[in-house]
Design a protein around this ligand. Structure first.
Ligand SMILES: [Mn+2]
Length: 327
């Protein structure tokens, strides 16, 4: 932790223009981390601004609006250092990632996803703590190490990130609660954050969940319940919903113009008993299908070129292989 805190403190003191950037379709954990880290670096004396590639998830827009924060999309390449938060590869930054890679602007990675070799090789500074259950917790712990106390609003933002990424503490570990205690003591408003993170009950989401359930296809692989479904939006939410209603592991995807996008979710029991890591599966799929994939053991996604049907077959094969090995 100390080396990362030192790196950030030095970067802040160097007067470099810094962009703290997070992945496309940025979730509350990603935007909270980018906003708070950029603010802290600015307070320490440099010009730092938060950014995301392409777009934000609707819920992240709501969180930022509530705390009167803004985040830049695809910022101009006029900075001296990019700091990747909640982002393990250029692929997660989409086309903007290609531009950034080609620009040669130095970048640092401070992340909690499975390490990606290319990023590790090219980064000026690389710090990944996969066991930390949210980027927001990692940022909070870095602030503590740097001797910086977050403001009540910054603490609330980070708390939103922690709650969101741990699935309302389902994936939390003891350290998560230690960090949450620190955030609450710093003035985080738990009730306000919970209210903001309430799943949207809008009609489009309800229809999407019902469609995903209606189109779901159940396969038994080594006695495990594996569910596939297709949906053009809310894929991650739908996969999570399918796990909550009984799937061991669920994959929900969409296909458009020869490209596909799939989100996967798995129950913690399944992960514990089988050692399957969805992030690994998605990474492998990304490579096989000319795209990119990755994520956590229980929540991961992939994009690539090909048909949903082909990818599904491949997922079944990969699961069969892994489950045969596990049992
Ligand atoms: Mn995260």
């Amino acid at each position: 932790m100390k080396e990362a805190a030192d790196f950030l403190s030095q970067a802040a003191r160097s007067g470099q223009r810094i962009v703290v950037i997070c992945h496309r379709n940025a979730d509350p954990d990603a935007v909270a981390s980018a906003v708070v880290l950029a603010e802290v670096l600015s307070e320490l004396g440099t010009q730092a601004r938060p950014a995301a590639a392409d777009d934000l998830a609707a819920i992240s827009e709501a969180v930022l609006a509530s705390f009167n924060r803004k985040i830049e999309l695809n910022p101009e390449l006029d900075f001296d250092l990019a700091v990747f938060v909640d982002t393990s590869s250029f692929g997660h930054l989409g086309e903007y990632g290609d531009k950034l890679r080609n620009s040669g602007i130095p970048f640092a990675v401070i992340d909690h996803h499975k390490p990606v070799e290319e990023t590790k090789q090219l980064a000026k500074f690389y710090y990944v703590r996969e066991e930390i259950t949210s980027e927001s917790e990692l940022i909070y712990r870095l602030l503590v190490e740097m001797g910086v106390k977050p403001t009540p609003e910054q603490a609330s933002l980070l708390l939103a990130g922690v709650i969101s990424d741990t699935g309302h503490f389902r994936f939390a570990n003891p350290e998560t609660f230690t960090a949450v205690e620190g955030l609450l003591r710093a003035g985080a408003d738990y009730n306000r954050v919970l209210e903001l993170l309430k799943p949207p009950t809008d009609l489009s989401r309800r229809v999407a969940m019902l469609k995903a359930a209606g189109r779901s296809e159940l396969q038994r692989i080594n006695g495990r319940l594996v569910v596939f479904s297709d949906l053009g939006s809310f894929e991650g939410d739908a996969a999570g919903m399918l796990v909550r209603i009984g799937a061991d592991v669920a994959f929900v995807g969409s296909e458009e113009k020869g490209e596909f996008r799939i989100s996967g979710r798995a129950s913690s029991e399944f992960l514990r008993e089988t050692g399957v890591h969805l992030g690994e599966i998605m990474e492998e799929l990304g490579k096989q299908f000319n795209g990119s994939g990755g994520g956590h053991a229980g929540a991961a996604s992939v994009t690539g070129k090909g048909s949903l049907e082909e990818v599904k077959k491949q997922i079944v094969k990969m699961l069969q292989r892994r489950l045969n090995r596990a049992e």
